[in-house]
Design a protein around this ligand. Structure first.
Ligand code: ASP
Ligand code: MG
Length: 408
């Protein structure tokens, strides 16, 4: 007998029919004798609807009240799913996050899970019931309702799987797995059978939206075997795992990209200690997140400093830089908010030389100018003009043979 945690996202429970379909799927697994804990999101669009309701009430509602409101979306789906299960003769019981004691810290709207008390769940599982738990929520030590940040139901599922030492955690969604890249950009993108936690984490932080980043971190930390599958199509999905040795022997596992980038440059900055801090300090103080940073080697005692920010923060960051330009004695502030970041990701990079040069050669052949480069152990990112995004992704996809099945 195995124990599984299944998580169904908003689209998978987006209507009465879909909830009934989920119930059938769950019953089938339960009938095979497995123990099943189900985590559900709110019906698709519901959390956004609640957010706009709140905005109509108050420009800046307190985060505590936001959490009370937002947590209701998931409470609707757990009860409806339990009813659907009862209707087809499957014993089930629904719980809010607070009821199963998903204890979090008190950072409302972005709380972190501290502890899960599994006694109640175990008791019901042993009595042969399916347990349906509301995703995305918990309570803090004072019993205030908290939520875990958008997409947080993934994290609830993984945390429950860790606490219950589940055999696998299945994330059912509207895609049938993790792809080599976004199939909307490259139709030849292929579903991966397996990917490592590290790669998945890079893919998630670099723009692939399949899983909430925090859930992948959590799964990696507690070694939860995580599988992404489609709620609508049969299939094995993608397993996210540690077992690197048994991985497909590909050099690169995937290509991620992020369209929401902008870059800023301040030129002719005196090459002195403390300059980077003087430039980035005010940006950080304004709560603007910085991604890539590049500083040139100075040849005339001045240097150029470039960094990227989220496109939404571009104008704010530019104004701040213009404000400090004179004091720094720098020459000019320039910027560009029509750039994108494209990254190739793969643990294969560790043991193979020449990946970077293949990447750069491929982009050169297409006449694509690289504006910035940054690397880590398992990824190489480049910034290019937005208009080249599709071309670059497809060319790289072909160059690294990602459309071809690899022998394991
Ligand atoms: N309902 C929440 C959201 O839309 C949590 C989730 O779906 O995972 O972000
Ligand atoms: Mg979601």
């Amino acid at each position: 007998m195995a124990l599984y945690v299944y998580k169904f996202g908003g689209t998978s429970v987006g209507s009465v029919e879909r909830i009934k379909a989920v119930a059938e799927k769950v019953k089938k697994a339960h009938d095979l004798g497995d123990q099943i804990v189900v985590v559900v999101s709110a019906m698709s669009g519901e959390t956004n609807r609640l957010v706009s309701l709140a905005r109509e009430m108050q420009q800046q509602p307190t985060e505590r009240e936001m959490d009370v409101l937002l947590s209701t979306g998931e409470q609707v789906t757990v009860s409806l799913l339990s009813m659907a299960l009862h209707e087809i003769g499957c014993p089930a019981c629904s719980y809010t996050g607070g009821q199963v004691k998903i204890l979090t810290d008190s950072s409302h709207t972005k709380a972190r899970i501290r502890n899960i008390d599994d006694t109640r769940i175990r008791m019901h599982l042993n009595a042969g019931k399916v347990i349906v738990v509301a995703g995305f929520q918990g309570v803090d030590e004072h019993d205030n309702i908290t939520t875990l940040g958008r997409g947080g139901s993934d994290t609830t599922a993984v945390a429950l799987a860790a606490a219950l030492k589940a055999d696998e955690c299945h994330i059912y969604t509207d895609v049938d797995g993790v792809y080599t890249t976004d199939p909307r950009v490259e139709p030849k993108a292929r579903r991966l059978d397996k990917i490592t936690f590290e790669e998945m984490l890079e893919m998630a932080s670099l723009g692939s939206k399949v899983l909430q980043i925090r859930s992948v971190e959590f799964a990696g930390k507690y070694n939860v075997a995580l599988r992404v599958l489609s709620s609508f199509k049969e299939g094995k999905g993608t397993l996210i795992t540690y077992e690197e040795s048994q991985m497909e022997s590909a050099l690169i596992s995937g290509i991620a990209f992020n369209r929401d980038e902008a870059k800023l440059t301040i030129t002719g900055v005196p090459d002195l200690p403390g300059v980077a801090f003087k430039i980035l300090g005010p940006i950080a103080d304004a709560n603007i997140e910085i991604d890539m940073i590049v500083q040139n080697i100075a040849d005339d005692s001045t240097t150029d400093f470039t960094f990227t920010v989220h496109r939404n923060d571009y104008l704010r960051a530019k104004t701040l830089l213009e404000g400090i330009r004179e004091e720094l004695g720098a020459r000019k502030v320039t910027g560009d908010d029509s750039i994108v970041k494209i990254s190739i990701v793969g643990v294969g990079m560790r043991s193979h030389a020449g990946i970077a040069s293949t990447m750069f050669k491929t982009l050169a052949k297409e006449g694509i100018n690289i504006r910035m480069i940054s690397t880590s152990e398992i990824k190489i990112s480049v910034v290019v003009d937005e208009k080249y995004l599709e071309l670059a992704v497809r060319a790289l996809h072909a160059a690294f043979k990602l459309d071809q099945e690899v022998e394991s």
